[in-house]
Design a binder for this molecule. Sequence first.
Ligand SMILES: Cc1cc2nc3c(=O)[nH]c(=O)nc-3n(C[C@H](O)[C@H](O)[C@H](O)COP(=O)(O)OP(=O)(O)OC[C@H]3O[C@@H](n4cnc5c(N)ncnc54)[C@H](O)[C@@H]3O)c2cc1C
Length: 507
Amino acid sequence: MTDVDVTVVGAGPVGLALAAELALAGATVQIVERRTEPDMSVKAMSINVPTAEALDRRGLLAAAEQVQRRALERVGPFAPGSGARFTGHFAGMTLDADLVDWADPDLAAHTSVDGARMVPQPDLEALLAEHVARLGVTVRRGVEVTALEDTGDDVLVGTTQGSVRTGWVVGCDGGHSAVRRLAGIDFPGTDPELTGYLAVVDIADPEKLADGWSWSPLGTYRCGPGPGRVVTAEFDGGPSDRSAPVTLDALQASLRRVSGTDVTLTALRGPATRWSDNCRQAATYRSGRVLLGGDAAHVHPPFGGQGLNLGFGDAMNLGWKLGAVVTGRAAEGLLDTYDAERRPLGAWVLDWTRAQIGVLRGDAKSAALRAVVADLLSTRNGTTYAVKQISGVAQRIDLPGNHPLVGRYVPDLWLRDGSRLADHGHAGGFLLLDRTPGATFTHIASPWADRVTCVTDTSTEPAGVLVRPDGVIAWATDDTTPAGLTAALTSWAGAPPAQTALAQRPR
Ligand SMILES: Cc1cc2nc3c(=O)[nH]c(=O)nc-3n(C[C@H](O)[C@H](O)[C@H](O)COP(=O)(O)OP(=O)(O)OC[C@H]3O[C@@H](n4cnc5c(N)ncnc54)[C@H](O)[C@@H]3O)c2cc1C
């Protein structure tokens, strides 16, 4: 194996997305993956707005829209009565699209990716695998990481196929992360109380099961969307053997218990998934030259469809930062902002899913709480609040700056020439939207031309926006004065090349 700047462990959605961002940032990167073939198990069905917008900024929107069209043909609309708008659910309570206030400013500002929300995980991984291949990233399959030694200057990575020396290692190796364990990073959190299964199956007597979500004192189950797709969640104290293969018998027994029927399953169609409500977050996302992203950094139950999206956001956040550090454009301190920015969102997702477990339990108090939450979610404000949380449009990072857009994901921004700002981000890097008459902001940013793409336009508000490579707005203004722009460029994009060269020149 070759020596590279960064070795990403795991070719799941997070590892693939991260490797692509690193390559775009100019780092040499390889992925090592223990599986010899991609994972085809049924997991995530959909992606949230920030994930879809990230695909959009990298030129992958059309491919994602095609996936959604195929998925909708296969499984039908997102939910009964919801037409084409994706809403999601809270603890199995499907959110009614007709109740949502779609004119809410946060929701109305992010509609360009509406056609790319139903992207099942295997399709997303296939799309990302093609993306990294186009960027020249090597994916070494059938290679398992078994040892790590961080020397301070680099990392020696031991694998089943030999060793490699690499500048940095990022563990995107899932909830049971070997990288996390080998780096000695704690994984505190709350223990599981339920076992869940997700599979596509053949059912001999489907009329015995109700469509949609159903609850019983033992747990819950859902049939659909699409034929044969079954989810169960049973409050049994959690899985006793997490590595045991999921059999048709185990799935049928669980479904019989939670549905109170004698339904018969005749075949598994594809690999099934076992999950639990284990909720944990890594004590740190970085230890020396070893970092964590995705499920390796946080695990929680899949209720509400957050895990893949949370990890994808990690990859987008870390990719450009680590890329800037390994190529010398930024100091190592930039990496501290990765944990600082992503940890609060991870903690929120853990609590969002814990809350759903709380209302799902079969006891009388939880059932009463579920009824109260169901009542709230049947109101316009309640549904709109939940849809904003689930879709990710309300996400905000605490960044310096007074403009309301700072720290938010860049909204849909259409330009006079008919293009969108997102169309200009395919090569990665920063985007600076400049709507001043004399291209003032572009002039100020010219020393950073190697890392900032300036896009001039003649519309008005906002007059200027600096978008980081992860889609987060670092600076914005409604007038044509450039106050704060140089500071934002220096803080996020690093010192301009001329200054860097001067600083490094031998005295
Ligand atoms: C039933 C279910 C439903 C879900 N539904 C949703 C949903 O609707 N929405 C959503 O956002 N999320 C959902 N999720 C969560 C989502 O699937 C995960 O969050 C996502 O897969 C995490 O991606 P990852 O790349 O971090 O890890 P993984 O997908 O787990 O990938 C890790 C990769 O690392 C490899 N690996 C592991 N150890 C090593 C090693 N030592 N050396 C080399 N390679 C290694 C593995 O083989 C694997 O390919 C669901 C999960 C489940 C189980």
